[in-house]
Design a protein around this ligand. Structure first.
Ligand code: PBG
Length: 326
């Protein structure tokens, strides 16, 4: 048998680090990373989250320090989640100007508001004593339209606190239109709406429940999407665009790259992906056991989200990865 000599050789472009660098289709940049942060009411010291090693529930002081560090690393934005001391059926702490999320937002808007985009999660689950993302009706089901009123109130509280971008993560029908309407009617026409367009009822949110001390029993399948559905992700994205969303989110990231790709093709606004708590925890746990190369896998998962169509990625590794990229 004589040797066969192919004419077309894709390996040419892989032959050296310099050639690979020159021909890479996707690369990461610090400005395309967003750091989710937790702030706990009454905390004087940051509290570790066991299932998310390296992530903490911040005190106000440590939050400001960590946000400054993120800004110095060139991270594009921070997304704030509040952990209140008291919860009730309607999530009163979410709309109280002295509630922890609004207090922390004011603090960060002052501290880093010019260096990066200060963003807030707009959802009730951290603030309700039943742990659901909305208010309940007499049967104990999440009442869509009554919840929209609370989201409108929450949007105003967050806008007044200085949030520049509201992350609507509750998966209520009509939430983007409802919040846009209220913001505009109150003069907040410049506040950006990030719509969690496709948000799946995912087991990957497990560690987040610990991160916000969630009170939820049961699940969110009556409002978040069924992991079996791909087309439905497109429908949700189209609706949010029609309602005036400025940015779309797909969540989780790694297990939903097909949905991310679909939404990115459809969208004429930026599309983000959220690498969620369970994705973080899995990588950290396997790496702690010495089973995977941690840094390499982190980079690979982020590149995968970008390759699938994400313009930016929300990730708990944002500051660290931004540091690598500098
Ligand atoms: C809802 C919300 C959740 C997450 C972000 N926003 C929890 C949920 O929908 O159950 C999860 C994020 C993560 O797991 O990292 N406010």
């Amino acid at each position: 048998m004589s040797e066969f000599h192919p004419v077309i050789r894709p390996r040419r472009l892989r032959q050296s680090p310099a050639m690979r660098r020159l021909t890479a289709e996707t690369r990461l940049h610090p400005a395309e990373l967003i750091l989710p942060m937790f702030v706990r009411e009454g905390a004087s010291e940051p509290q570790p989250i066991a299932s998310m090693p390296g992530v903490v529930q911040h005190s106000l002081d440590s939050l400001k320090r960590a946000a400054t560090e993120a800004a110095e690393a060139g991270v594009g934005g921070v997304m704030l989640f509040g952990v209140p001391e008291t919860r009730d059926a309607v999530g009163s702490a979410a709309t109280d100007p002295e509630g922890i999320l609004n207090v922390a937002t004011r603090a960060l808007a002052d501290e880093v508001g010019d260096a990066l985009v200060v963003q807030t999660d707009l959802c009730l689950d951290e603030f309700t004593d039943h742990g659901h993302c909305g208010v309940l009706d007499a049967r104990g089901h999440v009442d869509n339209d009554a919840t929209l009123v609370r989201y409108q109130e929450m949007a105003l509280a967050q806008a007044r606190a200085g949030s520049q971008l509201l992350g609507l993560s509750g998966m209520m029908d009509g939430q983007v239109a409802a919040v846009r309407d209220t913001l505009d009617a109150n003069g907040f026409t410049d506040i950006v709406i990030l719509a969690y367009a496709a948000k799946y009822a995912s087991g990957f949110y497990g560690p987040f429940r610990e991160a916000v001390d969630s009170q939820l029993s049961g699940d969110r399948r009556a409002y978040q999407q069924d992991p079996a559905n791909r087309r439905e992700g497109l429908r949700e994205a189209r609706l949010d665009l029609d309602e005036g969303a400025d940015i779309l989110m797909v969540k989780p990231a790694l297990s939903y790259l097909d949905v991310l790709s679909d939404v990115a093709q459809l969208s004429d606004v930026p599309v983000w992906a959220y690498q969620v708590s369970g994705e973080y925890a899995m990588v950290e746990a396997a790496a702690a056991n010495g089973w995977i190369d941690r840094d390499r896998i982190i980079e690979e998962t982020l590149v995968a989200a970008r390759r699938a169509g994400a313009d930016a990625v929300m990730t708990y590794w944002a500051t660290e990865v931004a540091g690598w990229l500098r």
